[in-house]
Design a protein around this ligand. Sequence first.
Ligand code: DLL
Length: 433
Amino acid sequence: MKYWQPKYETMKKDELAALQSKRLKKTAASVYNNVPFYREKFKQLGIKPEDIKSAADISKLPTTRKTDLRDNYPFGLFAVPRKDIVRIHASSGTSGKATVVGYTRQDIETWSDLMARNLTMVGLGEEDVFQNAVNYGLFTGGLGFHYGVERIGAVAVPSGTGNTVRQLEMMMDFGVTAIHCTPSYALYLAETAQEMDIVDKLSLKVGCFGAEPWSANTRKQLENALDLKAYDSYGLSELMGPGVAFECECQDGLHLWCDHFLVEVLDEEGEQVAEGEKGELVLTSLTKEALPIIRYRTGDITRLLESECSCGRTTTRISRLLGRADDMLIVRGINVFPSQIENVIARVPEVTEHFQVILDRNQKMLDELTVKVELEENAFTGELKDLAAVKRHVENELKSVLNIRTNVDLVEKGTIPRTEGKSKKVIDRRNAL
Ligand code: DLL
């Protein structure tokens, strides 16, 4: 069994708790002294950094939400001067301003090491050729993985996204042994490889898949189709990017690197759940310099797994992500909130306020978002070209807000079901596959 940083990966629970306490105290002091937003929050709660004596005091601290980052756009929550920032990324969220995150040189070092831990954990090393088939822009998945691949001394193939046939050719020509992409893109790669009848010419042994939800069933499908072992990779820009939690070869939950992140899984009352129970993942960074984050409400639902893993690592594990506490959807890797759609629809006089979002996965395994909206009676002129114009107008408005193409389906007034309780605004048919 190989570890990248065995000292931290297999640390005894009490030593780990002591390290977490030390780092939490430092983080609390850093945000209090350097970030006006947090200083104000501490004041409202009547606490000072000195009140944090150990990691167990975490529940005294305020929580942070995505909207707090947006409200402080772009750099308002940074805890270091601009000269110490060496890189920024942005989350894929699209409502209003993007969520901008920053890194110091040391933050990039930490991130590279955590990615190196993950890649070593799934059996990769300097003999491997790693194709990184995700976007290399502001999205953290590209450079985040890339630095980890270089750190373990494997060959990085920064193929980025698109051109599936070329991606597969590279895999054959370069003897690629490991790939990283979203699970939905992996399904498309698998299907194309089968159509090209080249699966036996590939030498893939490991697939790292994440950035969006996927199921145990998809894992089986991918492992069979591509003849590799598929591992779940979880992360979020606000805490760093990919590499926050990752599966080991046991494929029994994701190891969350507790020396760098303090994990809470909270129920609806804000209480920590027991082992095996579901709740919202709430994370506190323990070592981040540029953008320390206190009790970040990820909105992701998971189960807490505290028992020891047979791989020997002593971190807390979390189960595969089970859904969202809010209604955020991830469509082609972009975060979409139904409330954004609602706001757009409300601005268009030709349609009613009723709508329904339908998510499908097309033949290329890409997400398709259809928005059903009702035409107002007085907007129906009987002319098809007028209908087409309304449809185009709503589609364009949605595109400018969501940043993704949608298909608008105009339906007759009264046909979208009304309910007394919560209406089912979203029908997600993607996992029916
Ligand atoms: O998606 C970081 C990342 C890149 C993770 C590459 C893994 C691989 P964001 O764009 O900020 O960051 O989106 C974060 O994506 O809160 C989850 O809702 C979702 N997500 C990420 N990984 C998984 C996963 C990157 N393995 C948001 N399973 C998170 C389910 C995931 N959902």
